[in-house]
Ligand binder design. Sequence first.
Ligand code: SF4
Length: 94
Amino acid sequence: MAKRHTPVLEGAVMTGEGLSYKGVIMEPVVEKCDGCERIVAVEDSKYCPSYAQPERKWAQGVCNFATHVRASVDSEGKTKVNPLKASKRAARGR
Ligand code: SF4
């Protein structure tokens, strides 16, 4: 028997305001989320099950739930975004 994937965002419903999940309106992921393994596609949009408002998450710096990048602070105290080495997928050529 094939393994069944646990549905993520199960029970989410599309409303006039957007995707509603457990009473929270989920906003689609932003460009910076691209490559993150947490992204879930619902209908024609992509959402983050970890954070309802990805845009706000990134507005504060680097998303700390991201699986594809990690923030580090350089010697001048500036935050840098470092792509993580992909173990499962080839991240080259992007
Ligand atoms: S965990 Fe962060 S980077 Fe990944 S999809 Fe969610 S908001 Fe975007």
